[in-house]
Design a protein around this ligand. Structure first.
Ligand code: AMP
Length: 449
């Protein structure tokens, strides 16, 4: 649990929430609000638009659900259509929000529905026609339903975008804007993102929020205090495979998540790990929804102890007992890194994360360290020490010295002129001073999940 930054509200009852909600919160065993709940609930209850940065596992779902539910209970409506719409980037996250919403409305008359791809279209149509008050959805299926003019958001009171940065990274920007255009303009909008240092999120906030309050609770630079972060260098992927098997056989953990950058790599790891008698499953975007659900269930129930996943699974996976996350591939950027390690060390849990780094990934990894303003603990596995020990010489930035820049000098110069030109044009244009874009460290694009 993160330290309480305000101490203004030490209990849920002091947040003036409706009684049925307090009863549900107590049944869930939430003793006191987490920092994001303390900071976001009061202004949300005043019906303010919010832009909130909150890391995964911080209790952000209840931070936007509780004030929304309070509003729906205290101001009943006779109008038709959906009253609160929550958009999430992945089906898994939508399902998780749905589950928490069901728990929180247990003692109310409110109804919630979920709309995601892969589920029955007709059931979703019927649910929308019944004027279900709260709808949790992924953008794609909502758009399909909109083509048939089924959803009615003209009387929408609250719109929530959860993990907006991820939604934009996944290419949903236009879809989200189309959905937003169909919504009541008088609504309240809450935008939650792991980071505020994301251009797309800042742009989206400017477009869809009105006079919004920014709650920068967790910037990427806060670090994950309850997660120990280690780095093990490796010669190549074969060496990494041996290190991975060793770690999975020797570390103490309840459940482990292994991340790869491509689904091919994820599939490749399964066989050798099973050969070591490890109970392993794979989760990636190529699998159909039924198989993905089954895999999550097996992992949740402890039938498999190790899940190999691509970034798709990095968000919205809220499974208790994940206390080891191994990055088989170094993630493409700092934001993905945060989302991956955010799967461990959730509220009140401790976690260990280990990145396996080969020479070609060194600079990417050190870029991520710089981006996060953190230095990961270097660790060697004596039994499996390789030839590569990290760069011989390091630059002040932590990157390997003496590696030639792959872009030829002419191109670099042209790029610099372009940036200078753009910066000149943009002077004085920035609207949200707290949301300066941070440096992004991005690896070459590989096959996406
Ligand atoms: P979230 O960041 O919304 O995914 O929440 C992460 C986990 O924290 C979920 O399993 C929640 O059930 C749990 N949680 C949320 N709020 C609280 C709270 N106030 N106290 C304890 N656990 C909480």
């Amino acid at each position: 649990m993160q330290p309480n930054p305000t101490n203004a509200h030490s209990s849920f009852s002091s947040l003036s929430l409706e009684q049925p909600l307090l009863k549900a919160v107590s049944k869930l065993g939430f003793d006191k609000p987490t920092p994001v709940q303390e900071l976001a609930i009061p202004p949300a209850l005043e019906h303010k638009d919010l832009l909130v940065s909150a890391e995964t596992g911080s209790g952000k779902t209840a931070a936007f659900l509780l004030p929304t539910l309070h509003h729906l209970i205290t101001l009943p409506s006779r109008l038709t259509g959906t009253r609160a719409l929550i958009l999430a980037p992945t089906r898994e996250l939508a399902q998780q929000i749905f589950k928490q919403c069901q728990q929180l409305i247990e003692f109310t008359d409110l109804k919630v529905g979920i709309i995601t791809g892969g589920d029955d279209f007709r059931l979703q149509q019927n649910m929308l026609r019944r004027n279900t008050e709260i709808v949790i959805a992924t953008p794609g299926r909502i758009l399909e339903l909109m083509e048939q003019e089924i959803p009615n958001f003209t009387n929408l009171e609250v719109l929530i975008l959860d993990e907006a940065d991820r939604m934009l990274d996944m290419g949903f920007s236009e879809d989200v804007l189309t959905i937003v255009k169909s919504c009541n303009t008088q609504r309240q909008t809450l935008l939650f993102s792991a980071t505020l240092t994301h251009f797309g999120v800042i742009k989206m906030a400017d477009k869809i929020l009105k006079d919004h309050k920014i709650i920068a609770l967790n910037t990427l630079h806060d670090g994950h205090r309850n997660i120990e972060q280690q780095l093990v260098v490796a010669d190549d992927n074969d060496h990494k495979q041996k290190l991975l098997a060793w770690l999975l056989l020797n570390e103490t953990y309840d459940k482990a998540l292994v991340f790869t950058n491509s689904r091919i790599q994820a599939d490749l790891l399964r066989g050798p790990l099973r050969g070591q008698k490890l109970r392993v499953g794979v989760l990636h975007g190529e699998m159909d929804q039924k198989d993905r659900n089954r895999m999550m269930e097996l992992f949740r129930d402890g039938e498999i102890k190790v899940l190999i996943a691509t970034d798709l699974a990095a968000r919205g996976l809220d499974i208790k007992g994940i206390n080891l996350v191994i990055n088989f591939d170094v993630p493409r950027n700092g934001i993905n890194y945060i989302h991956r390690i955010g799967r461990t060390g959730r509220v009140d849990e401790l976690g260990l994360t280990i990145a396996l780094v080969k020479s070609t990934e060194w600079n990417l990894m050190s870029g991520i360290e710089r981006f996060l303003k953190q230095k990961f603990k270097r660790r060697t596995i004596k039994e499996l020490e390789g030839k590569y020990k990290g760069p011989k010489k390091l630059k002040a930035s932590g990157k390997a010295a003496g590696i030639k820049n792959k872009i030829e000098p002419k191109k670099v110069a042209a790029e610099k002129v372009k940036i200078r030109h753009r910066d000149k044009k943009n002077v004085g244009k920035r609207r949200t001073p707290t949301a300066q874009p941070a440096e992004q460290t991005t690896a070459p694009q590989e096959q996406q999940d």
